[in-house]
Design a protein around this ligand. Structure first.
Ligand code: HEM
Length: 142
């Protein structure tokens, strides 16, 4: 009985629990991302919020999504590959900003980590995988 419920995942779909955990964490990052996007001052708060977003996404990518991508590729799932490509681009861009932020903070230098235009592009690149990931979830598990 307990095992059956475990198999049902957290939302009563056919998704395994770790996939539901991933979904929840990506929406937690979406909330932090939106707060961080509007909270540009003080810069340090903005920077720390975005580093947190990057951290959560990087960990869930390494532990959950990248291994699942191998399964998706084996199944010929082009949509998942597209999702992963945009997501990787977002993570790379986020990592550039985050590393500049950490270096500047450590060296007590002015916090100029990227242009407003590039930050906006990174924001859109981050939201797109959340939407496409949600579509993948619906298609696979509902
Ligand atoms: C900004 C970066 C990213 C965000 C916000 C994001 C978000 C999501 C969300 C919300 C889901 C649906 C929950 C789930 O099914 O687990 C998902 C699924 C998935 N993501 Fe990502 N993702 C990102 C980057 C990546 C990257 C870099 C990869 C591959 C290296 C990847 C591969 C996958 C795969 C294969 C799935 C389907 C998992 C499955 O159900 O089998 N994602 N993603």
């Amino acid at each position: 009985m307990f095992l059956e419920e475990f198999k049902m995942g957290l939302f009563g779909t056919t998704a395994p629990v770790f996939i539901d955990v991933n979904l929840i964490l990506q929406y937690v990052t979406l909330v932090i991302l939106i707060i961080g996007y509007f909270k540009t001052k003080p810069r340090k708060t903005h920077g720390y919020l975005m580093v947190l977003v990057l951290f959560i996404t990087a960990i869930t990518t390494i532990l959950i999504m990248a291994p699942r991508l191998l399964v998706a590729i084996a199944g010929g799932d082009i949509f998942a590959v597209l999702h992963a490509s945009i997501g990787s681009l977002a993570i790379i861009l986020g990592a550039v900003f985050a590393s500049r932020f950490i270096i500047a903070t450590t060296n007590k230098q002015p916090l100029v980590c990227g242009t407003k235009r590039m930050m906006r592009i990174a924001f859109v690149l981050w939201v797109l995988p959340i939407l496409s990931g949600s579509a993948i979830y619906i298609l696979l598990y509902l």
